[in-house]
Design a protein around this ligand. Structure first.
Ligand SMILES: NC(=O)c1ccc[n+]([C@@H]2O[C@H](COP(=O)([O-])OP(=O)(O)OC[C@H]3O[C@@H](n4cnc5c(N)ncnc54)[C@H](OP(=O)(O)O)[C@@H]3O)[C@@H](O)[C@H]2O)c1
Length: 160
């Protein structure tokens, strides 16, 4: 089973200059809680942006160019990444834009934090068709502990 997890600004932006544009503790905690114990699949740029493997998760880096990366499985394609795990394992696609664009059509579940603010950035989440998805949970925050704008943590499942 393939799940996408992402935080997206109102205008679709997810990052700039290979880093995130916001720091929302509640969202980071949610990301950790949801993904820990599961495999995470990411593009090479996202791995470089994180700078280290995420603890407590099997880290898979998709790249046509990278050599070995300590603490990660490096694979040459997304097919190779997903083939590493049984079909009933929840595998999390954690970015970035290139990888989301190639997996939004095959994902079963979408964990999306919608940040209710526009940001300028160079990478965006692909346009997704909401009619193909059913909202299964949402939690709204008027602001974060240290973040000034509202955001909503939502989970969608693909309508079969
Ligand atoms: N807001 C969020 O939730 C969130 C989450 C994650 C990332 N981000 C942001 O997204 C940005 C990074 O996204 P990005 O689109 O630049 O990069 P990316 O998707 O993380 O990585 C792109 C790289 O992945 C490899 N790749 C992509 N498709 C492949 C395929 N089919 N087979 C083999 N390798 C493949 C290529 O590596 P090679 O060049 O080595 O072949 C490619 O250059 C950053 O700003 C980051 O902060 C945001």
């Amino acid at each position: 089973m393939i799940s996408i997890i992402v935080a997206v600004a109102d205008n679709g932006v997810i990052g700039d200059k290979n880093s995130l544009l916001w720091h929302i503790s509640e969202d980071l905690r949610n990301f950790k809680r949801v993904t820990t114990g599961h495999p995470v699949v990411m593009g090479r740029n996202t791995y470089l942006s994180l700078g280290r493997p995420l603890p407590g998760r099997t880290n898979v880096v998709v790249s046509r160019t990278a050599g070995e990366i300590e603490g990660c499985r490096v694979v040459r394609s997304l097919e190779e990444a997903f083939a590493l795990f049984p079909a009933d394992e929840e595998v999390f696609v954690i970015g970035g834009a290139q990888i989301y664009a190639q997996t939004i059509g095959m994902a079963d579940r979408l964990y999306i934090t919608r940040v209710e603010h526009d940001y300028e950035g160079d990478t965006s989440f692909p346009v997704w068709n909401r009619s193909q998805w059913r909202l299964v949970s949402d939690e709204r925050f008027e602001r974060g502990e240290k973040y000034p704008y509202p955001f909503v943590i939502e989970v969608y499942e693909r309508v079969k």
